[in-house]
Design a protein around this ligand. Structure first.
Ligand SMILES: [Zn+2]
Length: 156
């Protein structure tokens, strides 16, 4: 069983657990942190960080990043043997306006689930993240679970 956690840099239960490998997947990380970065998940499209756009547009742009990197993401995914945490800035105290934390790590998680949703992997969305929902996008649409394709084709 390999566990994949999606959380923030300040989630100490995860950060202090030596058995979990930790990676930053934000465009940049807070000053005092220096986690290895996984570029394949960074919200950077054509060299520019995706920022200052409404949630729907953000999701659409980030889905393009995931599609571009899909092969590399799948390859990374199948090589993981230890538990892994993918980290970003987002948490409830940084997003007081929203009932659920909106963070690209959710979409990254959905993508991994699409690649291999099996009993040997567990996907754990922490720190205010809701596994079923991101902005106006729900995990399971009437078109099924192929998240990236559905988003890029406007089916959400
Ligand atoms: Zn985030």
């Amino acid at each position: 069983m390999t566990r994949f956690y999606f959380t923030d840099y300040w989630d100490e239960d995860i950060i202090l657990d030596k058995d979990i490998e930790k990676y930053s997947i934000a465009a940049w990380q807070p000053k005092k942190f220096n986690f290895p970065t996984l570029e394949i998940f960074q919200p950077i499209l054509d060299g520019k960080p995706i920022q200052h756009v409404p949630p729907r547009e953000y999701i659409f742009l980030y889905a393009q990043v995931l599609k571009k990197n899909y092969g590399d993401i799948a390859q990374w995914f199948f090589h993981q043997k230890k538990d892994v945490a993918l980290l970003c800035w987002c948490n409830k105290s940084r997003q007081k306006k929203f009932p659920n934390v909106m963070c690209h790590t959710i979409l990254a998680g959905w993508t991994l689930e699409d690649i291999n949703h099996s009993l040997f992997n567990e996907f754990i969305y922490r720190s205010g993240r809701n596994a079923d929902w991101f902005g106006s996008v729900h995990r399971e649409s009437e078109f099924g679970w192929e998240t990236i394709e559905n988003i890029l084709e406007g089916r959400y």
